[in-house]
Design a protein around this ligand. Structure first.
Ligand code: SF4
Length: 308
C-alpha cells in the first residue's frame, strides 16, 4: 500500500491559539474552567480537556457567577457577551481572529443599512455568533436555490459574507447566483473562507485523484473536515471521515493500493499518526508526504491571558 499524506493538514492557527488559551487557563486559574460550546469541533480534543476537569456548557446559566469562561474559536454573539458580563463571569475570548473579521464586516455593512446574505450552515456555532451581530440585517443563505427565493426591499444595498469553513466550490456557486440576480451586490473586502480551509481543500483536490480512498481525520460536527470528505467524493474518490483509529474497518482497504490521508483544521496530529501506524502495521504501507504549501500563520493569545 502507498499512503499519500497531505500537507497542510490538521491544526490551523485559530485552533492552536484556542487550545493554548485553554491550557493556560487550566494552569493559571482556579478550577473548574468553563467553555461555552466545544473549544474546537473535535471529539478527541474535547474529551481530553473534559478528562482534565474542563466543563463544556451550551447555556451560560450553567456557569456559576464569577467563574472563568472561555468563548470557543467559533466566536459568540454580542448577547452572549452581555449575559456573561451580567453574570460577572471572567470571560476569556478565544475566538479566531478570522471569525472576528467576519463579525466586523457584518457590523460595518449593517451600520450602512445593508441587507447581508450570510452564506453558511444553519445552526453552526460560528453562523449563530455572526448572525447575532446584526440579526435584523442578516439573511442566511445555504444553497443557490435560497438565492432565487429571497426577497429584498432595496437591491442597491446588498452585501454577502461567508462562514469561514465552507467548501470553496459551493460558496462560489452561491456567489455566482447572487451576482447574477443582484449585480450590484457588495463583497467582503477580503475573502471570508479562511486560509486553512482553502489550503486543506486545495491539497485534497490536487491529490485525491491518485488515491482509491481518502481518509479524513476529523469529527462529524467539524464543518471544514466534512467539506474535505465531500470534495473527495465529488471527484469520484470514496472518503471516510473518522475521529481516529477506533473508527477504521479493516475491510475498507480490500482492493485499495493508494490511500490519501488528511485531517481537518481541528484534528490533532496524534490521531493521524495512529492511523499511519495502523496502515504500516497492517498493510506495510509506504508513507509519502506531499506538501503543497507552507503555512506560517500564528495568532496571539486572548488579551485576557497575555502577560506583560
Ligand atoms: S478553520 Fe480558519 S477560521 Fe476556523 S479557527 Fe481555523 S483559521 Fe480560524
Amino acid at each position: 500500500m502507498r499512503v499519500i499524506l497531505a500537507s497542510p493538514r490538521g491544526f490551523c492557527a485559530g485552533v492552536n491559539m484556542a487550545i493554548e488559551a485553554l491550557e493556560i487557563a487550566l494552569e493559571s486559574l482556579p478550577p473548574p474552567i468553563y467553555v461555552y460550546h466545544e473549544i474546537v469541533h473535535n471529539k478527541y480534543v474535547v474529551e481530553a480537556f473534559r478528562d482534565r476537569g474542563v466543563v463544556f456548557v451550551d447555556e451560560l446559566e450553567q456557569v456559576p457567577e464569577g467563574a472563568a469562561l472561555l468563548f470557543s474559536a467559533h466566536g459568540v454573539s454580542p448577547e452572549i457577551r452581555r449575559v456573561a458580563r451580567q453574570r460577572r463571569l471572567h470571560a476569556i475570548d478565544a475566538t479566531c481572529p478570522l471569525v472576528t473579521k467576519v463579525h466586523l464586516e457584518a457590523i460595518k455593512f449593517a451600520r450602512l443599512g445593508y441587507t447581508i446574505f450570510l452564506i453558511g450552515h444553519e445552526g453552526h456555532d460560528e453562523v449563530t455568533g455572526t448572525i447575532g451581530e446584526a440579526p435584523e440585517a442578516i439573511v442566511l443563505i445555504e444553497t443557490p436555490d435560497d438565492v432565487d427565493r429571497v426577497q429584498v426591499a432595496d437591491e442597491t444595498k446588498l452585501a454577502y459574507l461567508t462562514q469561514t469553513t465552507l467548501s470553496v466550490d459551493d460558496a462560489n456557486r452561491i456567489i455566482r447566483r447572487l451576482r447574477e440576480r443582484f449585480p450590484q451586490i457588495a463583497s467582503p473586502p477580503k475573502e471570508d473562507i479562511c486560509y486553512a480551509t482553502q489550503n486543506r481543500q486545495e491539497a485534497v483536490a490536487l491529490l485525491c485523484g491518485e488515491a482509491q480512498l481518502t481518509l479524513v481525520l476529523g469529527s462529524q460536527n467539524s464543518s471544514n473536515s466534512q467539506r474535505l470528505a465531500e470534495l473527495s467524493r465529488e471527484r469520484g474518490v470514496p472518503a471516510r471521515l473518522i475521529d481516529g483509529l477506533q473508527d477504521i474497518r479493516h475491510e475498507w482497504f480490500a482492493d485499495v493500493d493508494v490511500v490519501l490521508v488528511t485531517a481537518g483544521a481541528s484534528a490533532p496530529e496524534v490521531v493521524v499518526q495512529d492511523v499511519l501506524d495502523y496502515l504500516q502495521r497492517s498493510f506495510e504501507a509506504k508513507i509519502e508526504v506531499r506538501s503543497l504549501r507552507e503555512e506560517n500563520v500564528a495568532f496571539p493569545l486572548p488579551k485576557e491571558l497575555r502577560t506583560g
